[in-house]
Structure formats: structure tokens, C-alpha cells
Design a protein around this ligand. Structure first.
Ligand code: HEC
Length: 480
């Protein structure tokens, strides 16, 4: 072959590929790829490195005033075209195109078209013209952005972001239900198909606002109405149903995770709700705490054993006893106000006092004897005695509880003397104390003395309606 006939042959090849690429771009929606074409698409990640390197070398030579050889130029041009076409085939395999893929493809095609124009210019006497140099500069920029978007597609949005700020696996002590619990489940099981790049069903789940906005068929989370929420019904469909989420073949949500979603929606699907806003007996609080203790068996291994029969004997219609985790000896106890209050229901619990880790006696007419029973629960971490007639003297009994982390004493008669007692419970992390007889200066002093203690003293109106609604929900559940 002579040089000119070889040149002409390359010209035709480039022209052919260029036309084919433009055809692909224009008629994309009508193309459904046969298996062979999809297979060709899989070569995209292999071939794409050639044009990147070759085009950059060619542009650098051009801009520094050196001669760009015909061989280098034609090979770069062919490599760019083949890469764009194979990338296009690869893109056909993903059934919905996100913004990232759109821009990546468009810029990639623009690089290939730009190279073809350069090839033509160079062969028609404009090898070193200003237009050619300008084109080289634009090509360099476009290669950069194409690679950037490509990297984001394969490695995630933050591929080129600086290290740091990555999510940790640890759930903080008093987690935000949406951010730390619900969001974590969505990230693990849903976001891979519902993100800005791949927004299946036009449903974006990467921000709270988008989640509540819903998708194609509108809002699918109805705050307060889990049973009316399509979001929930999709999780609960039989796995083989084609509307089930996530689709068959993906890891589905487990029963606990579905319960978390339902209860979070039932409580209003809020993004400000925290674990400690919930009562300890709230099903959501229980589920979350199970998630938070990585290995409850290990944490409570040293507790004395309790038989199930003992628990059944001590429990009643108004007193629930549950294990913090199955087969753990740590117990959570909640008592509701019976029509006729009998103190022995509580004092009988002495036999299992070491096992009680969470205790909810809110709303009961408790007094001195009950407080002594509580003081005997040396492993107690979470105590709710809000809305009870307790006073400073009663609270004094609690000073022996060296593991107490959370205390709810709001709407009681305690006064500033109690603050001194609480100050000295070193393990205490959270205190809920509004509508009592304690004074504002008293609280300020406690804050100063115990900067590590989180004090919830003024109840804001949002929290108040939340508690009110939450109580009615709890009551509804009880009467079910
Ligand atoms: C493997 C990809 C994939 C995963 C993972 C996935 N989805 Fe989907 N999702 C889709 C597709 C495809 C559609 C659109 C088709 C449809 O409506 O069934 C969709 C649609 C939806 C819709 C309907 C949106 C609307 O308005 O029509 C909801 C709700 C939904 N998904 C929830 C979820 C939840 C919750 C999860 C995580 C538990 C999840 N999806 C995980 C692929 C996925």
C-alpha cells in the first residue's frame, strides 16, 4: 500500500466511525443492543486509557509548537472514536441514564468528534493554525471532565474528594432516627438504585427532602400513616412480586428494619427526632437499641441467669418484662398504670433486680418503697420516673446507681436539692427535667458543674406535641 492509499483508507475508517457514533447519539432510544454489542461495551474500561494518554501527548506537542506526527494523530483519533462507541454500548446496558452518565457520554463523544475535526484540519493544511491550537486546548479540558464524570460513575460521587468526612459505622449515643438509623438502612439497601446518578422510579433517596417528595407516582411516605405509605407496602410484598423493594436478587430488609421504617413513619417521619425522645418501651427505641449494642450477649455476660418461667411469673397485664436481646439476661421492664395499683407488683421484682437495665415507671403513683426497689437495681442504665409524685427525698435514694445513664424526671415535684444529687451521679449522660420545681439558676449551675451532661429542661412546643402524640400512640397499642 502506498502512503496516500493508506491515508485514504484511514480517512474512510475515521469517517465511518464518526458517522456511526453520531448515529448512535441521535437514535439511542431506538437501539436495543444484541448480546455481542453489550460484550463490546465491556471493553470500554480497557480501551479508554489509550485516547486519554495519546490525546494529551498530541495536544502538548501541538501547543508547544512541535509537529504532531500523522501516525500519532490518526491513532489518537481512532482510539477516541472506538472508546466513545464502546462506552456508548456499555451505557445501553444500564436502563436509566443519570446525569453523570449523560455528561460523561456527551463529553466523551465530543472528544472523539473534536479529534476527527483536528485530523481533518491537520490533513488540509491547518496543522498549526490558531483554530487547531484552540481546539487542542478545548480537547484537553473535555478529556479532564470526561474522566472526572467517568470516575464518579464507577467510584461514586466523592471519588476525587479529599479523604476524611466519611461515614463511620458507629451509631452515636443519642442518634437522630432519620440520619443515623433510617438513613443507614437506606444507604445499605436502596441508595445504589435511587441516587442522583441512577434514579429508578424517579425516586431519589439521598436526602431527607427528596425521600419525602417521592418518585414517579408521587409521595410514597405518608407521615403518620405507614399503612397508607407505598414505601412500606413495597417492602412487605412477597419477595417474588415484581413491585417488591429492593427487587428480587438484592438483599431485602429484615423484619426489624421494616419495623423501624414503619414506626419511624408512624411517629411522623421527622428528621429531628432522636432516640431519647422516645419512651424506652417504644418499639422503635427497642429496635434501635438492639442495633446499637453490637453484641448484647457479651456486654451483659456477667449478669446472673434468669429463667423464662421466672419472667412469666413476675409479668402481668400491666407489667411487661423483655430481654434486651434474645437469650440475654439483661431485662427491660415497663409498668403501666393498672386500675388498682398494688405495690407488690413492683417489690416482687427484687429477685431479678440485678438484671434490670431499663425501667419505665412513668405515670405511676410511686413512693419511698418503690424508690428503694429501684436503688437495688445496680445495673440500671435507663430510668423513667417522669409524671410521678416523687420529691427530692425520694430522688436521694438513687445516688447509689453508678451505671445510670439516662433519667427522665420531668413533670414531678423535685426541686433544686435534687440537682445536687444528680450532679454526683457521674455516669449520668442525659437528664429530662422540665415542669418541675427546679429553678432556672439551679439548672444553669448544674450545666456549669457537669458540662458533659445533656440537660433537656425547657420543652419546646414541637417536642411537646410529639410527646403528647407518642403517648396516645402508646395507649392505642396497649388497648389493641
Ligand atoms: C436493584 C435496584 C433497586 C434497589 C436496590 C431498590 N430499588 Fe426501588 N426501584 C427500582 C426500580 C427499577 C424502580 C422503578 C420500577 C418500579 O416502580 O417498580 C423502583 C421504584 C421504587 C419505588 C417507587 C417509586 C415511584 O414513585 O414510583 C419505591 C417506593 C422504591 N423503589 C423503594 C425502594 C426502597 C425502599 C429500596 C430499599 C429497600 C429500594 N427501592 C431499592 C430499583 C431498585
Amino acid at each position: 500500500m502506498t502512503t496516500t492509499s493508506r491515508k485514504r483508507w484511514v480517512d474512510y475508517l475515521i469517517l465511518g466511525l464518526l458517522i456511526f457514533l453520531c448515529f448512535c447519539l441521535l437514535f439511542e432510544s431506538h437501539i436495543s443492543p444484541p448480546a455481542l454489542i453489550s460484550w463490546l461495551g465491556h471493553w470500554h474500561p480497557v480501551v479508554l486509557h489509550f485516547p486519554i494518554v495519546l490525546v494529551i501527548i498530541a495536544v502538548v506537542l501541538l501547543l508547544s509548537g512541535k509537529k504532531v506526527s500523522y501516525v500519532l494523530l490518526s491513532i489518537s483519533c481512532l482510539a477516541a472514536l472506538i472508546t466513545a462507541i464502546s462506552g456508548f454500548f456499555l451505557g445501553l446496558g444500564s436502563d436509566e441514564k443519570g446525569d453523570l452518565l449523560f455528561w460523561h457520554q456527551l463529553l466523551g463523544a465530543a472528544v472523539a468528534i473534536g479529534m476527527s475535526i483536528w485530523y481533518w484540519l491537520a490533513n488540509n493544511g491547518y496543522a498549526k493554525s490558531t483554530v487547531t491550537k484552540g481546539l487542542g486546548l478545548v480537547l484537553l479540558l473535555m478529556i479532564g471532565f470526561t474522566g472526572h464524570y467517568g470516575g464518579m460513575i464507577t467510584h461514586g460521587q466523592n471519588f476525587l474528594a479529599l479523604p476524611g468526612g466519611t461515614k463511620t459505622d458507629i451509631i452515636p449515643d443519642n442518634p437522630l432516627i432519620y440520619e443515623h438509623i433510617v438513613g443507614r438502612i437506606l444507604d445499605a439497601k436502596c441508595v445504589k438504585c435511587h441516587n442522583p446518578n441512577k434514579t429508578k422510579g424517579e425516586f431519589l433517596m439521598t436526602s431527607f427532602e427528596a425521600l419525602l417528595k417521592g418518585g414517579e407516582s408521587g409521595a410514597n411516605i405518608i407521615p403518620g400513616g405507614p399503612d397508607e405509605s407505598e414505601f412500606i407496602s413495597r417492602l412487605e410484598l412477597p419477595i417474588e412480586d415484581e413491585d417488591h423493594m429492593p427487587p428480587e436478587g438484592e438483599t431485602p430488609l429484615d423484619a426489624g428494619e421494616i419495623e423501624i421504617m414503619k414506626r419511624w413513619i408512624a411517629l411522623g417521619a421527622s428528621d429531628t427526632l432522636r432516640l431519647n425522645h422516645l419512651e424506652s418501651k417504644d418499639p422503635l427505641a427497642i429496635l434501635i437499641k438492639e442495633m446499637m449494642v453490637p453484641d448484647p450477649l457479651e456486654k451483659w455476660a456477667q449478669l446472673p441467669g434468669v429463667q423464662d418461667s421466672t419472667l412469666t411469673r413476675l409479668a402481668s397485664d400491666y407489667l411487661t418484662i423483655t430481654r434486651i436481646a434474645a437469650s440475654s439476661n439483661a431485662l427491660r421492664i415497663a409498668m403501666y398504670k393498672p386500675p388498682k395499683y398494688d405495690i407488690t407488683t413492683l417489690t416482687r421484682l427484687k429477685v431479678i433486680s440485678e438484671n434490670i437495665v431499663e425501667l419505665d415507671l412513668s405515670g405511676l403513683p410511686i413512693g419511698k418503697d418503690e424508690m428503694h426497689m429501684i436503688a437495688g437495681c445496680k445495673n440500671l442504665e435507663w430510668l423513667e420516673i417522669n409524671n410521678t409524685p416523687i420529691t427530692d427525698n425520694d430522688l436521694d435514694t438513687l445516688k447509689v446507681l453508678s451505671n445510670l445513664k439516662l433519667l427522665k424526671v420531668f413533670e414531678t415535684d423535685i426541686a433544686d436539692n435534687s440537682l445536687d444529687i444528680l450532679k454526683n451521679i457521674k455516669s449520668l449522660e442525659q437528664l429530662y427535667i422540665w415542669e418541675t420545681s427546679v429553678t432556672e439558676p439551679g439548672i444553669l449551675q448544674l450545666k456549669k458543674d457537669r458540662p458533659d451532661l445533656e440537660i433537656f429542661s425547657g420543652i419546646n412546643s414541637e417536642l411537646k406535641t410529639f410527646f403528647a402524640e407518642n403517648d396516645t400512640l402508646a395507649i392505642k397499642e396497649k388497648t389493641k
